[in-house]
Design a protein. Structure first.
Length: 460
């Protein structure tokens, strides 16, 4: 008896699978959109390229665009657009939701970043955004960024003249982790104090970050003080005591989710960008020379830590930072958005309500029609009169209501760290090539080829 029942079950599954594929290909409201039949029929196609092959789906999507055009269906449920002119439409002008199945992969559902609904997200970020304004960063920059950078410089000094390579890529990630933990939780995680910059511990840390953050957040939300002067409330004190916000929104669980997101969103992104810029500057003598000349004129004493507001008007440094942000992309996963009730129009196409539609920063930043030789690091492109046009297509922090909340902090870190290090030290690359900075895998944040030791340098 068991065999006929099993056979019946198997036959029913096959029939159901066939019907599902027929529905997806020919009946679904998305069936009018072009795309690979395999990708549209089954989630297994994306799973294979993304999970089995290790973060390769964005490049498969790029190839599908070449074959099927600027708007395609990339799996049974989602559309993807490769047309920079459409970017502001979904990320900036409209106030859309995020896509639940996409945000769930990151865990921490109570963080503002992983909040699906636009209105709830808006109310969550209203307590956070004031803490990341330009004014607040300027107020805290010396105490948080300046002090942490002094520690990084001490570590660089240890390598000076020794002929021992310094893993500056790993050290940048330690620097950004210490800054973001100190800035948001009043306690530096102390990665820069570790002999190996916590390199071997980092992945384990990411797995356990919830536990580490919970304790720190609890303390920060009780203490009400932020920095060594004990005069500035932390963002968690603000969030925990904002009476206008419902009590459940101020629970430790929710604050911990937010804290974890600050750490994971703030360390690798900024660390990657700094590594990318450092590699390309050291790899191109002309760029190194121009940057050093500008910094020597602007910072007479190489031992001072300059201020962000004095640096951001330096044209060459600014061009280097823009180009580094362009080539490190920010995030390299698609960022799906959903309009729950109204349709979205793309040219002659009508995207039905409740459909996930996404774009990818890589397509924006590597567009050869705007960025000539897009794979070449060329700060001069930002110094031409027509660079205003390029700016329209630079979106490392995304745009609109869901844009990066830490953008000002990231800019301050990048300006101050690059200016200080390149003004103070003479360095050269050590066994480092493009393979150590170019994105090879998409795990939301760009990852370089497996086995890379990151950017390393000798300090003279
Ligand atoms: C160069 C550095 C950085 C880049 C390129 C970057 C890029 C981005 C991008 C593209 C997003 C949008 C992601 C999405 O829509 O899925 C984002 C969101 C976010 N970023 Fe950053 N980020 C950087 C640094 C930071 C820093 C230092 C922090 C520190 C707190 C931070 C905190 C966040 C948070 C909390 C969000 C979620 C915002 C929201 O949904 O309300 N980021 N970032």
């Amino acid at each position: 008896m068991a065999i006929p029942t099993l056979a019946l079950g198997a036959a029913a599954s096959v029939v159901w699978a066939i019907l599902l594929v027929v529905y997806r290909l020919y009946v679904s409201p998305l069936s009018k959109f072009p795309g690979s039949k395999l990708a549209i029929s089954t989630e297994c196609y994306e799973f294979y390229h993304q999970v089995i092959r290790g973060g390769q789906y964005p490049w498969v999507i790029q190839k599908m665009h070449e074959e099927y055009g600027p708007i395609i269906r990339i799996n049974p449920h989602e559309l993807h657009v490769n047309d920079p002119a459409f970017y502001d439409e979904i990320y900036n002008y409209k106030q859309l939701d995020k896509y639940g199945p996409h945000t769930r992969q990151f865990g921490h559902p109570n963080s503002s970043s992983n909040t699906v609904e636009h209105d709830l997200h808006k109310s969550r970020t209203s307590s956070i955004a004031p803490y990341f304004t330009r004014g607040n960063i300027l107020h805290l920059e010396q105490e948080v960024i300046g002090e942490t950078l002094r520690k990084l410089c001490k570590r660089i000094d240890e390598f000076r003249g020794t002929g021992k390579p310094m893993p500056i890529g790993v050290a940048y990630r330690a620097f950004t982790t210490d800054v973001i933990s100190k800035y948001t939780m009043a306690t530096s995680f102390g990665f820069l104090d570790e002999p190996d910059f916590k390199e071997t511990w980092f992945n384990e840390f990411l797995e356990n970050v919830g536990m580490v953050v919970e304790k720190t957040v609890e303390k920060a939300s009780r203490a009400g003080v932020g920095t060594k002067s004990n005069s500035i409330p932390t963002v968690f004190y603000e969030m925990a005591h904002n009476e206008k916000v419902p009590a459940e929104e101020r629970s430790l669980d929710r604050l911990t989710d937010e804290g974890v997101l600050f750490i994971v969103a703030g360390n690798e992104t900024t660390g990657n960008a700094l590594s990318n810029m450092t590699f390309h500057i050291l790899n191109t003598p002309r760029i190194l020379q121009s940057l050093k000349a500008e910094l020597s004129a602007a910072i007479p004493n190489s031992e001072t830590i300059p201020q962000w507001r004095d640096l951001e008007h330096l044209p060459y440094l600014s061009a280097v930072i823009k180009e580094g942000l362009r080539m490190s992309y920010g995030v390299v996963s698609r960022m799906p958005r959903v309009s729950p009730n109204t349709e979205i129009r793309y040219k002659d196409w009508v995207i039905p309500p409740n459909t996930a539609v996404s774009m990818n920063n890589m397509d924006m930043h590597d567009d050869p029609s705007v960025f000539v030789n897009p794979k070449s690091f060329d700060p001069e492109r930002w110094l031409q009169p027509e660079s205003i046009e390029l700016q329209k297509q630079l979106a490392p922090f995304c745009r609109g209501t869901r844009a990066c909340v830490g953008m000002n902090l990231a800019y301050a870190e990048m300006y101050i760290a690059l200016a200080t290090i390149f003004r103070r030290y003479n360095m050269e690359l050590y066994e480092t090539s493009r393979v150590d900075v170019d994105v090879a895998h998409e795990f939301h944040i760009p990852q370089v080829k497996k086995g890379s030791k990151g950017v390393r340098m000798l300090v003279k």
